[in-house]
Design a binder for this molecule. Structure first.
Ligand code: SIN
Length: 404
């Protein structure tokens, strides 16, 4: 389902009220479950009308396209203004943007509904469609940037996929909220305002896809949901790119790895991504085997057992690309996988034929493993899926992991 409209605060507010009464949700309930089977999308309307009247839209502001996918930022409670449960992915793109009339000071907003779901329902096929849509939209000369509203459960993964596959240097900002739109002190409106101000800013050009939450500007490559409360997005050791201050976005750093126009990943002929499994190494573990092998496996590990090493070496021998990622995602050691791990070994050379005169079969070298540098296992999985659209060669995939 897709719709596209330029939103003016007054028109949108009418739509907000009308839409609020008729729009049922088809999305799952976010815990705790409300009892009523059919939710009613009530509008977070308190004070919005007065604020809209006070806003003087800037007719020369940059154009920003807000693409809505669902999530808590579009979440509505059966009992608004409480701490109660809600349905993620209920309000529409138009309703969300209309609830923040201040957007019109900083951007001329267009909206588009890509999906309206809890983000646990977002699939890799949806990532591909979304990235293609954004790539097309950003070719428009009159569009300054794109904001994607998204559930926070899977926000960092969608954002990283877009970081790898949106081949434009215009800003793309992914934003969510940890409190529903109808809740007490919702964080969605201020997050959306910060996201739009960032996407509209020339300072945000060439910074890659960003996550803007809680006044922080984070690189999509590094951002992670650490906890389920406001302020829960972080970048570990890598720090943030900047902040959204009262005067607007301020950047202090820029990412230096490959993204945007320098990305080699062209999705033009890609609709589905290669299957990549994610496994965990642990004391006494023996590694994961599969009835039907995936194209790749990512192992989250601080160091593998001998049995795990043997299992994953055997998988590599069959052509499966195996990536090790440090469990915390913080490791930048090229040895990868931790001290006892099986990082990329040199190709094994069989020397037995030279040492004795009896002819023995030459053992094919085991294809090397690949090591992820400062990536969580879930993000290493995404990079491997994208890399496998280009090549199955683990040496080339290691090159990709070193560059992105
Ligand atoms: C979701 O991810 O869709 C629900 C949770 C959230 O947005 O915070």
């Amino acid at each position: 389902m897709r719709m596209k409209r330029v939103v003016r605060p007054t028109v949108a507010l009418v739509a907000l009220v009308v839409g609020a009464c008729v729009r049922p949700s088809a999305t799952p309930v976010v815990s705790p479950s409300p009892a009523a089977p059919t939710p009613v999308a009530s509008a977070p309307a308190a004070g919005v009308t007065a604020r809209a009247a006070a806003v003087v839209p800037n007719p020369n502001a940059p154009k920003v396209l807000v693409i809505a996918t669902g999530g808590t930022i579009a979440g509505v409670q059966d009992a608004p203004g409480t701490l109660g449960g809600y349905r993620a992915g209920t309000l529409t793109a138009e309703q969300i943007t209309a609830s923040v009339p201040e957007l019109a000071r900083y951007a001329r907003i267009e909206t588009e509904q890509f999906s309206n779901v809890a983000s646990t329902l977002v699939t890799p096929e949806m990532w591909v469609k979304l990235a293609k849509r954004i790539n097309v939209a950003l070719q428009r000369g009159d569009l300054a940037g794109v904001v994607v509203t998204h559930g926070t459960d899977r926000l960092e993964e969608t954002a990283f996929f877009l970081y790898l596959t949106v081949r434009s240097n215009k800003p793309v900002v992914v934003v969510g909220a940890q409190r529903p739109a109808t809740g007490i002190s919702p964080d969605g409106p201020i997050n959306l305002l910060s996201a739009v101000r960032t996407a509209a800013s020339p300072k945000a050009v060439q910074k890659g896809v960003m996550v803007v939450m809680d006044d922080r500007i984070l690189s999509a490559r590094e951002s992670r949901k650490l906890y389920q409360r406001t302020g829960g997005f972080d970048t570990g050791d890598m720090g943030m790119l900047g902040v959204v201050a009262s005067q607007g976005p301020e950047f202090f750093f820029a990412p230096v790895r490959r993204f945007g126009e320098r990305s080699e990943f062209d999705l033009d002929r890609v609709d589905t991504l290669p299957k990549v499994e994610l496994t965990m190494s642990y004391p006494g573990g023996t590694g994961q085997t599969f009835t039907t092998n995936p194209k790749g496996v990512v192992v989250a590990t601080t160091g593998m057992t001998a049995a795990e090493n043997a299992t994953y070496r055997a998988l590599r021998q069959t052509g499966v690309v195996v990536v090790t990622s440090f469990t915390s995602g913080e490791n930048v050691n090229g040895g990868g996988g931790g001290g006892g791990g099986d990082g990329p070994p040199p190709a094994r050379v069989d020397t037995t034929a030279r040492r004795d005169s009896v002819a023995r079969p030459v053992v094919a070298p085991v294809p090397p493993g690949v090591v992820a540098l400062h990536l969580t296992a879930t993000k290493a999985r995404i990079l491997l899926m994208v890399a496998l659209t280009k090549t199955n060669d683990p040496r080339e995939i290691q090159r990709i992991f070193n560059e992105y």
